[in-house]
Design a protein around this ligand. Structure first.
Ligand code: UDP
Ligand code: MN
Length: 345
């Protein structure tokens, strides 16, 4: 299929990227994301050391256009979006003649959906950490409970695109924005990678013990997928305010299948396939090394009892960077302070 021309001038702030996680993965999985791709889309962009606070208030890093590193905060210079008033205003960066830029046009696109309180996480990402109060079990109900909250928060946000990813996904936000800019957000769009090579066969429960076979395609949640606002609004009778869980029960399938069911079976809108989304259910070694920067999502994990990671030489050896996400991040954003100086990898 030929790529349509850009339809809309959108930025990262027009996206609502929901990351599904669970309390037991906050350290082992989420911190890696906060240190890499999520950090790039904090209000000031830039990067900081892995392991340091990436919060909206306390940040270290480099002031754009100024060679001086930012002082440890709280600094006299507050960041846009903070509750403290900058003084003097407009805030002058000490030792640098440049002034802080005006508030960026796009606020943080990423929201974390979890199932437990975590003060550390709140410090890092503030109100974008959302406790769904869903059960922490890996059950179908618990997972569709989270998807239901993701959906409701997206609708509330007013943003143009809803994207869902797991906490073992790296998101190349720049290429994601580029892909989505080819479609008007007011049109019906459902984009992702099909989970299977054929439509799933399910049984819809109609009540009165009546059943009906249904076939539909769905995008695998573990590779990430996106839904336009136009389509999301049409999903509302089956997805909003708790209806999503009832719909999931009607077909007794996981959350990502339920999304496909609502979109394809109920609304008759077809999944737009993209092979730039990747889950660890596929062989990640097959992502060509020279095209890693073009991918929209990546993952890592186990596949057929073997470690499944992308094949790349990069800034860090596999022992230091088993997911490869730090190396991917340095490939995409070589100016990140903790990335080794750029060399030909
Ligand atoms: N997950 C969850 N609750 C759980 C277990 C997992 O919300 O009890 C989330 C997890 O954080 C991840 C997604 O569900 O975003 C998929 O989990 P995982 O990668 O462990 O399993 P997979 O289905 O990919 O094998
Ligand atoms: Mn996974």
């Amino acid at each position: 299929a030929q790529e349509p021309p850009p339809a809309e001038d959108i930025g990262a702030g027009d996206l609502f990227i929901a990351v599904k996680t669970t309390k037991k993965f906050h350290q082992s999985r989420l911190d890696l994301l906060l240190d890499t791709w999520i950090s790039r889309n904090l209000p000031q962009g830039g990067g900081s050391q892995p392991g340091t606070t990436l919060g909206l208030r306390k940040r270290t890093g480099r002031y754009p256009g100024c060679s001086l590193p930012l002082p440890p905060s709280p600094s006299p210079c507050q960041y846009p979006g903070c509750s403290l008033t900058p003084s003097p205003s407009p805030c002058q960066y000490p030792g640098c003649s440049l002034q802080l830029p005006p508030s960026p046009p796009h606020p943080l696109p990423t929201y974390i959906f979890t199932d437990g309180e975590d003060e550390e996480l709140k410090k890092k990402i503030g109100s974008h950490a959302i406790n769904t109060n869903c059960s922490a079990a890996h059950s179908r109900q618990a997972l569709s409970c989270k998807m239901a909250v993701e959906y409701d928060k997206f609708i509330e946000s007013g943003k143009k695109w809803f994207c869902h990813v797991d906490d073992d996904n790296y998101v190349n936000v720049r290429t994601l924005v580029k892909l989505l800019s080819h479609y008007p957000h007011t049109q019906d769009m459902y984009i992702g990678k099909p989970s299977l090579d054929r439509p799933i066969e399910a049984t819809e429960r109609l009540g009165d013990n009546k059943m009906r076979p249904v076939n539909f395609w769905f995008a695998t949640g573990g590779a990430g997928f996106c839904v336009s606002r136009g389509l999301a609004l049409k999903m509302s009778p089956w997805a909003s305010g708790g209806h999503f869980m009832n719909t999931a029960e009607k077909i007794r399938l996981p959350d990502d299948c339920t999304v496909g069911y609502i979109i394809e079976s109920v609304l008759g809108v077809q999944l737009t396939r993209s092979n730039l989304f990747h889950s660890h259910l596929e062989n990640l070694q097959q992502v060509p090394r020279s095209e890693i920067h073009k991918q929209i999502t990546l993952s890592y994990g186990m596949f057929e009892n073997k470690r499944n990671i992308i094949n790349m030489r990069g800034a860090f050896p596999v022992e230091e960077d088993p997911s490869r996400f730090k190396s991917v991040h340095c490939l995409l954003y070589p100016d990140t302070p903790w990335c080794p100086p750029q060399v030909a990898f």
